[in-house]
Design a protein around this ligand. Structure first.
Ligand code: ADP
Length: 240
């Protein structure tokens, strides 16, 4: 395959879609973030740590991490029922278990931390984009974490290994490999695969997704720094 292979949206094989993360976007949540990745647009609100109710369900040695991934009815090409689908229930669990690796839950016995993910617009790879935004929202809420968690996907489309799978590529491609990592601890906290890859292709796709995740990790840090700068400015203004 030649090097000038172009994808359906004109990207090169190892190119992410345009992205932007913003932290602290919701006035009323304890922590929040938004990610735009191509046409994906996802908002995350975090509440907690707060006392868990009902009390008899609380854990004595750690906090409970609750996660809801939800797609708005207008987020997909055809109106999606607002009721949680099996896919949304499964993704809520998959996202929670990835984030649970990083959050230091033992610090908050008998409490809970809630993560609400709203997919406003979907265009493929929303599970990993949700994890990336949720990690920023948790950081903004001041929840102690061992590391950030950042996700990215790679896959195989028209025989070529490509980064950051879009919706059409997801539907028409041969394989999709979403991953999430803790970038400093160098741990993989989510790895799923749909489709078929050879051993070599899997290695190539995994390496590519890893590189994409590290690029998005820089954007997570930029979004959090941006918020700190803004807060400093506001503090300065109120002291004037
Ligand atoms: P991910 O979003 O993590 O890639 P999937 O592989 O299940 O998860 O979905 C791929 C894409 O298909 C989604 O990002 C979204 O753009 C689209 N999609 C998912 N569910 C629906 C649905 N119920 N109706 C229409 N499109 C959907």
């Amino acid at each position: 395959m030649s090097n000038n292979f172009k994808r359906i949206d004109g990207r090169t094989p190892d190119q992410l879609r345009p992205y932007k993360i913003r932290a602290g976007i919701l006035k009323n949540a304890d922590g929040s973030a938004e990610i735009k990745l191509g046409k994906n647009w996802i908002v995350v609100g975090v509440y907690g740590p707060k006392e868990h109710f009902p009390k008899f369900e609380a854990l004595q040695d750690r906090a409970i991490l609750f996660c809801r991934y939800h797609m708005a009815p207008y987020s997909t090409t055809e109106r999606k029922s607002p009721k949680p689908s099996r896919r949304e229930i499964e993704l809520s669990k998959v996202i929670r278990s990835a984030l649970e690796e990083a959050v230091i839950l033992e610090r908050f016995p008998e409490m809970s931390i809630d993560i609400y993910i709203e997919v406003l617009q979907a265009e493929g790879s929303t599970r990993v984009a949700s994890i990336t935004a949720a990690s920023v929202a948790l950081a903004e809420a001041g929840i102690p974490m061992k590391d950030m968690v950042v996700g990215c996907s790679a896959g195989k489309v028209n025989g070529k290994i490509v980064l950051d799978i879009g919706e059409t590529e997801d539907k028409e491609g041969e394989a999709d490999l979403p991953i999430a990592i803790m970038p400093n601890l160098k741990k993989v906290v989510l790895l799923q695969m749909d489709g078929k890859l050879t051993h070599e292709e899997f290695k190539e796709a995994f390496e590519m997704a890893l590189k994409g995740a590290l690029e998005l990790y820089e954007e997570q840090k930029r979004a959090l720094k941006d918020l700190i700068e803004k807060m400093k400015e506001l503090e300065g203004e109120s002291n004037e």
